[in-house]
Design a protein around this ligand. Structure first.
Ligand SMILES: [Zn+2]
Length: 384
């Protein structure tokens, strides 16, 4: 089976390369914003139409010719992708991109053969710690010391800058052999605000304290930013600091969600979760505590997203039960429904019917597992 995987390296450009990278950030932003204002006037503009407009922009902004033209088409692709998502109600309307402390651009892999010689615009040499990128030529990289070559065909590369650091993420198409399918162990997973993850076998993953620490830091820095003069040196410095804390927080979250998903997929064959309503989680009058809620919602969707692709790679089964399934109200033992459990403060399920007592989230995760078995079996019977 073919899968797409990203390899992210730290990038060490020379001063000249740095200048060109920053120019490309500016040019892709210009194309994106220019096309966005055009599409606001004429909704019928397609990606094809926009690509055809590039030559006229070359005349207006001659410096666009200096950068890798593929990045400009990628910017258009991203804009159209954003518009499509908006039309399908999967995201907000694209916004104009501002010059900020975080920038990125993407370029596609192109290979051609001329007089029997193969030319490739992106090449990774892990022995020499180099990447060849369009217009930039050879740039030093660091990362993946245990790999000698990238295991697959390069699709594209995204160059980004966070604070003062540069990165390149190389997307590769890899062939993997699927492990044999096993259907022995089943687990239900409850995602919660109080306890991040509770599994039906009783494992608990908490939201670690350090995630809160970053949250506080961001809050304090934002307050500081509000008192500083916009565009001043100190304003910019604080902005960089905020970006750095965000990056650390993102890394910490990545580490946590990787650990959770790796453990769950390692020991289980059928994994049952609830379908997430991240959007409603964010929309519904939660905005008062927005930052914290946003972080939790982001962690949830990251876990689900990772479970989705990990289950494909490892040939495991992921079952998602309906969001409306009342997992917290049912008794795991006798299936009695206690509607008063809607109250999130009730941390324990005491069954009025059979007398079972169990921790709230554990009860939910067992119910999710039970519901998962039903829907899994139903699906199997339908296929047969
Ligand atoms: Zn009961």
């Amino acid at each position: 089976m073919l899968i797409n995987k990203a390899y992210k390296f730290r990038l060490y450009p020379s001063i000249e390369q740095e200048v060109l990278i920053n120019k490309t950030f500016g040019c892709t932003r210009l194309i994106y914003n220019n096309m966005l204002s055009k599409v606001k006037e004429d909704k019928s503009l397609t990606r094809f139409d926009m690509n055809k407009l590039i030559p006229s922009l070359y005349e207006e902004y001659p410096f666009l010719k200096e950068v890798d033209s593929c990045t400009l088409r990628c910017a258009i692709f991203d804009l159209v992708n954003g518009l499509n998502k908006y039309n399908k109600k999967q995201g907000g309307y694209p916004k104009f991109k501002k010059r900020g402390v975080k920038s990125s651009y993407r370029t596609n892999f192109i290979s051609s053969t001329y007089k029997g010689k193969v030319y490739e615009n992106i090449k990774v040499d892990l022995k020499r710690n180099l990447i060849v990128l369009p217009k930039l030529k050879e740039v030093s990289i660091k990362g993946y010391r245990n790999l000698s070559i990238l295991p697959g065909r390069i699709i594209n590369a995204t160059i980004s800058k966070v604070g003062q650091k540069y990165y390149v993420s190389v997307c590769v198409e890899e062939e993997i052999t699927l492990p044999q399918k096993r259907e022995v162990n089943i687990v239900g997973i409850d995602l919660g605000v109080k306890t991040l993850v509770t599994t039906s076998d009783g494992t608990i993953y908490d939201n670690p304290k350090y995630l809160n620490k970053y949250e506080k830091k961001i809050k304090i820095l934002n307050q500081k930013l509000a008192t500083q003069k916009k565009g001043s040196k100190n304003f910019y410095k604080t902005k960089m600091k905020i970006e750095e804390v965000y990056r650390k927080q993102k890394n910490a979250r990545k580490y946590l969600t990787d650990k959770i998903v790796n453990e769950i997929t390692k020991y289980n064959d059928i994994i049952v979760t609830e379908k997430l309503r991240v959007k409603t989680m964010l929309e519904k009058k939660n905005n008062s505590k927005s930052l914290r809620k946003k972080i939790i919602a982001a962690t949830f969707s990251e876990i689900i997203r990772k479970l989705e692709y990990k289950c494909i790679w490892l040939n495991k089964t992921l079952v998602q039960v309906s969001t409306y399934y009342p997992s917290s109200q049912l008794c795991y033992s006798c299936s009695y429904r206690d509607r008063s459990m809607k109250d999130l403060n009730k941390r324990e399920y005491r069954c009025p019917k059979c007398g079972s007592t169990i921790e709230r989230d554990l009860n939910s995760s067992i119910n999710i597992m039970i519901e998962g078995i039903f829907s899994y079996m139903k699906n199997k019977l339908e296929i047969v």
